[in-house]
Design a protein around this ligand. Structure first.
Ligand code: ATP
Ligand code: MG
Length: 175
């Protein structure tokens, strides 16, 4: 899977729609403290299905919605879109997550409403996802080092691309 584009609207400090093309190879994001570099990485993890507000540096999931400033009112929704290529059999896939105040999150894949689980499966099968060890947030290196064996196993399973099997097993057990 290759991520080609990241679009944000109303997400954290990205109040105006932002459209970032990601070229093949290494991408660097530079800017002064507080300009939104970490917010970009969080947007990526959020659209992949991150469900822990704490790991998004908030107390509730609606904290990802632009909260307003002295001169700008808050937004009612946040939306993040990931355009990826080489996803399974498909050439291009667009994954969108949207959250509205009081209404929770909704996901779309190529314009169709889907469950959070479908998005989790899509990324798990591509050996990535919101908890991929490839996404290391600021200050998380020590967390990897001091992780409990079970947590470390989960990281390895995600790296090995078998995390999707667990999602499917849980699904099968519930039937
Ligand atoms: P550093 O170099 O210090 O790591 P950074 O570029 O990673 O900085 P971020 O942490 O991504 O910066 O951005 C922090 C900014 O985002 C802060 O100014 C904060 O007020 C703003 N911010 C976070 N959540 C929201 C929100 N819901 N609404 C508006 N602004 C927000
Ligand atoms: Mg940062």
């Amino acid at each position: 899977m290759q991520i080609k584009r990241l679009r944000l609207s109303g997400f954290k400090s990205f109040v105006e729609p932002a459209d970032l093309r990601i070229e093949p190879g290494l991408t660097g994001v530079v800017g002064p403290n507080g300009c939104g570099k970490s917010n970009l990485l969080e947007a990526l993890r959020w659209a992949m299905g991150e469900n822990s507000p704490k790991s998004m540096r908030g107390s509730g999931m609606e904290d990802v919605i632009f909260a307003g400033t002295g001169s700008r009112p808050q937004r009612d929704f946040a939306e993040v879109s990931i355009l990826a290529e080489d996803v399974g059999d498909a050439d291009e896939v667009e994954i969108v997550r949207r959250i509205e105040r009081g209404a929770g999150s909704a996901y779309r894949i190529n314009g169709r409403d889907v469950r959070a689980k479908d998005v989790a499966l899509l990324f798990a099968d591509a050996a990535t996802g919101a908890h991929s060890p490839a996404l290391v947030s600021q200050g998380r290196i020590s967390a990897v080092i001091s992780a409990k064996p079970a947590e470390r196993r989960q990281m390895l399973e995600e790296a090995a691309g078998i995390a999707g099997l667990h999602v499917r097993r849980k699904d099968a057990e519930q039937r």
